[in-house]
Design a protein. Structure first.
Length: 420
């Protein structure tokens, strides 16, 4: 006899994964791959490979999950998590986990947050990332427009991008200001007293326009070393910013400790960290005040909730990085709803007019008055994808849609066991 809460075409104990398909899209807000996991009962679940990552990170997992029951989310995650790593290399594992949570929720007729233990809130506060302006007052006006649109938490870029063309603002070895492939401690870039003064004037002009009633975070300081981070950070402390984001590479716990002791503004990092084990050194050293996982890197809904719980044990809040389509956004929303110490979720797509229309069955706009309402519908909560719009925004470099077979990945094999 079918349970009344289970769809009559879905028998969860007999569900099996039968296929994985992908669609490569651009502009939502960046380049990303959406995956669809199909089953023997006609149910499908969707996930998203993190922006800028390779679709192969997901496709290589297909042979490992075919025939599995998608409702066994943790079992499958433990099987595939060895194939993820920090930053974009985790994109495939996280995308599969999102799709499994979507499928399991649909199979049992419950929203994904319920599979994560229930919710602490009915709507999710969003912060709005905003492209930089060269002039501080102009930046303030851009942020003021965000506030008028209902956003109650803001973020802007402050850093050496504002100083590149100013004589005497930076001191650096040849080519280092231009490179993006050398870690901060090894660039030799120094922000001079003149450069620090320019950054102070910039943030002062922003604050003059928007005031202090709305939290304002700062990101993209540039690949500067610890000592310049301290000089810049101490100079900007007076402006009561919500956090300094990714001032240093997340791997350097000791440097984060030193920086946190030198400034009074909260430090935030974590968008490139995979699994809760990657966050432990920062949390145990109390090196940051806010962790900032990107669910499409950190491991999906359940793993990111575990990360939030671990942070809470150390008295640290969890904000969430997110630059994605509505699919990874909704996965983040369910995770945020289920995590007690959640603070705020990024929205990087405010300037993409068709973003909300990529999926159906949800309020439009999805972000209303600075919040996203937590869906009460099964799985991630949307009814379907907008196929026509997806096709309009396929990546011209690899215009693959869900109707393209992925059979070549069905039998990809290796000896995966990590022990003898």
């Amino acid at each position: 006899m079918d349970h009344p809460n289970i769809s009559t075409y879905s028998h969860p104990s007999r569900l099996r994964i039968s296929d994985m398909r992908i669609a490569n899209i651009v502009g939502a807000p960046f380049r990303s791959t959406i995956i669809r996991i199909d089953t023997n009962q006609g149910l499908s679940g969707y996930g998203e490979v993190r922006d800028g990552a390779s679709a192969s990170y997901a496709l290589m997992l297909k042979s490992r999950i075919l025939g599995e029951n998608p409702c066994n989310v943790d079992k499958i995650f433990r099987k595939i998590k060895q194939f993820g790593h920090h930053a974009r290399q985790a994109g495939g594992v996280a995308a599969v986990e999102m799709a499994l949570m979507d499928l399991a929720g649909k199979a049992y007729g419950v929203p994904a947050y319920q599979l994560a233990g229930g919710k602490f809130r009915d709507r999710i506060l969003c912060y709005c990332d905003t492209p930089a302006e060269r002039d501080g007052a102009a930046m303030g006006r851009r942020l003021q427009e965000r506030m008028a649109a209902g956003y109650k938490f803001l973020k802007m870029d402050v850093g050496i991008g504002l100083l590149r063309d100013v004589p005497g603002a930076l001191s650096a070895p040849p080519g280092m200001v231009e490179t993006t492939h050398v870690q901060h401690p090894f660039t030799g870039i120094q922000v001079t007293p003149k450069g620090v003064d320019i950054l102070v004037e910039y943030v002062a002009a922003v604050r003059e326009v928007i005031g202090y009633s709305v939290p304002l975070a700062a990101d993209h300081f540039g690949h500067i070393g610890l000592e310049s981070c301290i000089r810049v950070g101490q100079a900007l402390d007076r402006f009561c910013l919500a956090w300094y984001e990714d001032m240093l590479p997340w791997q350097y716990t000791d440097q984060y400790v030193a920086l946190s002791r030198a400034v009074t503004t909260p430090l935030c990092t974590g968008e490139d960290i995979y699994l809760k084990e990657g966050f432990k050194p920062l949390l145990e050293a109390r090196a940051v005040a806010i962790i900032h996982p990107d669910l499409a890197t950190s491991g999906g809904i359940l793993e990111t909730k575990k990360i939030g719980d671990l942070a809470q044990e150390h008295g640290v809040a969890m904000a969430m990085h997110m630059a994605a389509s509505p699919i990874a956004t909704l996965a983040s929303v369910h995770c945020a709803a289920a995590t007690e110490n959640f603070l705020v979720l990024e929205n990087h797509a405010s300037d993409v007019p068709w973003w909300d229309d990529l999926v159906t069955g949800l309020p439009k706009p999805l972000v209303q008055d600075g919040y996203i309402a937590v869906p009460e519908t099964p799985g991630l909560g949307f009814a379907d994808i907008n196929e026509e719009l997806f096709r309009e925004h396929l990546n011209p470099a690899a215009p693959i849609f869900f109707d393209t077979p992925t059979d070549a990945w069905d039998n990809e094999r290796s000896w995966d066991r990590l022990w003898s």
